[in-house]
Design a protein around this ligand. Structure first.
Ligand code: NAP
Length: 408
């Protein structure tokens, strides 16, 4: 265990860190889930060479470090520990570099601007230190317990930048947002430290209001790159952060296939799932399971409205997950509320197939409308919902094209 690296925390099930460190350094990176009473012994006895520290131990570990970096001391928390030759521990904080990177890549200029920081925990301290270092005009902390809280947000309607440093909106509680952004008409950008889901409810609202919206994945990777440099005593180019961020986003986000009924979503989805080692979720199949009857039966007995309601409920559940291939139903685009559910954690791929090649048998809406009638009504929706479009040829070739276009 002497050369071992890893992450110390309490609950680490959904951590992206092992994958990030595998990309950065190729060394073994383990998850050390410890209860509070086990932390001291782990730090004293553990044979690790370097570790990252996460919730809830970023402060707990500080007294066990023989030396702290200036950043760790200033921020008051440690997210990286290196065991030195003599066995003593050196504590540092690379979240600072991570948030600095997040600001830089967002293109937001901070100097002189009023910023709101949501939350008053460890991450908020780091955020405030970076914003102050960049000369932000006024930095206001919104805390449930503070003078500036969620009941008087209108005091700060002039904020230009909002940073979410609370866990509100994080998987699995994805339906929550710490604030409603309509209170902030002057806000230009929202930075959310959360990275799972890729687009929190807060970020989706920011996008819909025309604000820049950035998630915390780049920050997570940059703090890991800086930690990895310390662990391995070598320089890793900053360009690695963008590369690894793209790799992690590609492997953790779902691939959602949309398109006309019969365009090949299930077949191409099956091929993608097999090639990428992912689970295929066929939404029509999930709806049938939930309703306990076939789709023609749902349409005949309960009507299309009920089918659409079920479809949205199924999508709301599936869209919490990561790394799936999702074959949607052709009509998923007919309900606007399905778009944020898809965008939450999925890359949306439109499969295009010539109308004359689309089958019609057994599909309730295809009995009512011809494929061209459906296509005319839906084409604008498919086009505005998609991230990329791929023309369907045979399933193997089509799956290959999707993988290539999404750079997976
Ligand atoms: P934390 O200390 O557990 O929580 C931060 C603060 O959020 C709390 O002090 C609290 O502030 C507020 N808060 C907690 N639950 C809330 C709720 N239900 N409603 C409203 N406010 C609530 O966590 P942290 O370490 O600072 O991390 C905060 C978030 O940033 C987490 O989601 C974490 O995953 C993320 N993060 C991301 C990165 C990255 O690299 N992307 C790095 C660090 C942290 P008040 O009690 O003052 O309201």
């Amino acid at each position: 265990m002497g050369d071992m690296y890893g992450l110390l925390g309490r609950k680490l099930g959904h951590s992206f860190s092992p994958r990030i460190h595998a990309e950065l350094g190729g060394y073994e990176y383990a998850l050390f889930e410890r209860e509070p009473e086990e932390v001291e012994e782990f730090l004293r006895r553990g044979g690790f060479k370097g570790i990252n520290v996460t919730i809830p131990y970023k402060q707990t570990v500080m007294p066990f470090c023989a030396e702290l970096s200036t950043a760790a001391e200033k921020i008051g928390s440690v997210n990286t520990i290196v065991r030195r030759e003599d066995g003593s521990l050196y504590g540092h904080n690379t979240d600072y570099d991570g948030f600095m990177y997040m600001i830089k890549t967002s293109g937001v200029s901070v100097a002189g601007k009023k910023a709101l920081v949501l939350g008053d925990g460890g991450a908020a301290k780091t955020v405030r230190a970076v914003l102050a270092g960049l000369g932000a005009g006024e930095i206001v902390t919104i805390s449930r317990r503070g003078e500036n809280n969620y009941t008087n947000l209108d005091r700060h309607a002039d904020a230009a930048l909002i940073v979410n440093a609370t866990p509100v909106g994080m998987y699995p509680e994805v339906d929550a947002a710490a604030v409603n952004l309509s209170v902030f008409p002057k806000c230009k950008a929202v930075l959310d430290l959360i990275y799972n889901p890729a687009h929190t409810k807060l970020l989706l609202q920011a996008e819909s209001l025309g604000m820049a919206a950035v998630n915390g994945l780049g920050m997570l990777v940059e703090q890991a790159r800086c930690a990895s440099e310390l662990f391995t005593d070598r320089t890793i180019p900053e360009s690695e952060t963008a590369r690894v961020t793209a790799v992690i986003a590609a492997s953790t986000m779902n691939i959602a296939l949309i398109g006309m009924p019969g365009c090949g979503k299930s077949t191409v989805g099956g091929e993608l799932a097999a090639r990428l080692g992912r689970r295929l979720v066929d939404m029509d199949g999930e709806i049938v399971k939930r309703a306990g009857k076939t789709i023609p039966e749902i349409f005949a007995q309960d009507g299309e409205e009920e089918f659409r309601r079920l479809e949205t409920a199924v999508l709301a559940d599936i869209s919490r997950e990561s790394g799936l291939v999702i074959a949607t139903g052709g009509g998923v685009v007919t309900r606007p509320e399905n778009l944020p559910l898809l965008r939450r954690n999925s890359r949306v791929v439109l499969l295009e197939r010539p109308i004359d090649d689309l089958p019609t048998d057994g599909r309730p809406l295809s009995q009512k409308y011809t494929p061209s009638q459906l296509a005319i009504a839906r084409a604008p929706l498919y086009n505005s919902w998609k991230e990329i479009a791929v023309r369907v040829t045979d399933p193997v070739e089509t799956a290959e094209k999707v993988i290539k276009e999404l750079k997976i």
